[in-house]
Design a protein around this ligand. Structure first.
Ligand SMILES: Cc1cc2nc3c(=O)[nH]c(=O)nc-3n(C[C@H](O)[C@H](O)[C@H](O)COP(=O)(O)OP(=O)(O)OC[C@H]3O[C@@H](n4cnc5c(N)ncnc54)[C@H](O)[C@@H]3O)c2cc1C
Length: 384
């Protein structure tokens, strides 16, 4: 027997959960199919926190999307009565000419975003756990902070289900096909065959498999998140004295981290940005090794010395990166009824709320008002 829907969504992680919510909100019949359990820790959307910021050093073209993303994070918080986005303030740190600083400044100026520039002394006075050398400066943005990935995924799934979406977990799709006439798709799982008018493919690190027909130049990277117990307790690491930060120590070394949560025993989270080794979802080594912990300590010990206490936890997570580190969000070049989402290049979560809206636009209307030309597939494959 074939079940028929308006839209099928493959992958209910960071992006797919938001797409399911947005499509269901527009009154359409949605089927969501997920390989694992809700808000699982085997893909890219786990580990409690993801940085969100507006003065985007990667490219000012992201700023309009971020402004909408903030509105949609607030919307889902209101609808589910959950706290998902925590605005703690944020520091983009490095030499004045570092991309993290200069790029953030460019975005802030171009979009008139509020910011302050701090020199090394001011950084240390306001946020004493940081010990920057005299040549370091920071762009401080009050509206930066973090979003909670597992809470987000669960909140969007709960709302999507309440709005009528059928969500199936532990049901990986084995294959999909689309009619050359552009009006149908079929998806096969171990439980059966499903049909719909539209398909949204949001598989995160499984994209190379599910989009094998396009031979995209994607690299899945294993990255590590660390939690340390600070030497003098967590008080100096609470958000009022220790906001989120991205610190470009030199052109090859960027660290980033989060404040401690009041009352939590998790410790203080820190990571290296874009330091992963190549992996796949099947072969990823989930063990974090002593030399990797040492590498992390060596990167921060002179800059945030009070953080260099016992390791409390470490988790692996996957980036799915494109060569230019921008996302891929577009219609399939051969099948306009198929929408491709993400390859997130390690910085996508903060956009999940607006990406869900864009995916619903593309699936239901064939286009979106949001500026997404930076994410077009024709960077990598011939399109007609
Ligand atoms: C260590 C780390 C730190 C990060 N830090 C930040 C940050 O600070 N700020 C930020 O904005 N971003 C950050 N990111 C990036 C961000 O987390 C990702 O962009 C985002 O989580 C990607 O979401 P996704 O939906 O593409 O992938 P996922 O959330 O992994 O979802 C894909 C889903 O598809 C499912 N799936 C795959 N194949 C199938 C199939 N055949 N059938 C059914 N289901 C399938 C998977 O099980 C999975 O649930 C970070 C990522 C990592 C790993």
């Amino acid at each position: 027997m074939t079940n028929t829907y308006d839209v099928i969504i493959v992958g209910l992680g960071g992006m797919g959960s938001c797409a399911a919510y947005q499509v269901a909100r527009r009154g359409k019949r949605v089927l969501g199919l997920e390989r694992h359990t809700p808000a699982h820790a085997l893909g890219s959307s786990h580990g409690k926190s993801r940085i969100i910021r507006q003065a985007y050093f990667e490219d000012p073209a992201y700023v309009p999307l971020l402004l909408r993303a903030y509105e949609l994070w607030e919307q889902i918080e209101r609808e589910t009565n959950q706290s998902i986005m925590m605005l703690t303030g944020g520091l983009m740190m490095g030499r004045p000419d570092a991309q993290t600083v200069a790029g953030a400044l460019r975005s802030a100026r171009e979009y008139n975003l509020p910011y302050e520039m701090l020199d090394a002394a001011a950084i240390h006075t306001r946020f004493p756990a940081f010990q920057p050398d005299p040549a370091t400066v920071a762009l401080y943005e009050k509206k930066a902070g973090y979003v909670r990935p597992e809470v987000s995924v669960q909140a969007h799934l709960t709302r999507a289900a309440a709005l009528g979406a059928d969500l199936h977990f532990e049901e990986p799709i084995q294959s999909w096909s689309a009619s050359p006439t552009g009006d149908r798709v079929q998806v096969t799982t171990a439980n059966g065959v499903y049909e719909a008018e539209k398909l949204i493919i949001a598989p995160g690190a499984w994209a190379p498999q599910l989009l094998a027909d396009l031979s995209l130049p994607l690299v899945v990277e294993r990255n590590i998140l660390f939690w340390f117990d600070p030497l003098d307790g967590t008080a100096p690491f609470l958000a009022d004295r220790f906001p989120i930060y991205i610190w470009e120590i030199n052109a090859d070394l960027q660290i980033y981290g989060f404040p401690a949560e009041a009352g939590s025993t998790d410790g203080v989270k820190i990571a290296l940005f874009r330091n992963g080794n190549i992996s796949t979802p099947e072969t990823i080594d989930r063990t974090v090794h002593p030399d990797e912990v040492q590498q992390m300590r060596d990167a921060f010990k002179d800059h945030i010395p009070a953080l260099n206490g016992p390791l409390l936890n470490a988790l692996t997570c996957m980036y799915t990166t494109t060569p230019d580190q921008h996302f891929i969000i577009d219609l399939h070049p051969n099948y306009p009824q198929v929408v491709i989402a993400s390859p997130c290049s390690g910085h996508g979560f903060k956009f999940a709320s607006v990406v869900g809206e864009i995916l619903a636009d593309l699936a239901l209307d064939g286009s979106t008002r949001h500026p997404i030309s930076l994410f077009a597939l024709d960077r990598f494959v011939a399109t007609h």
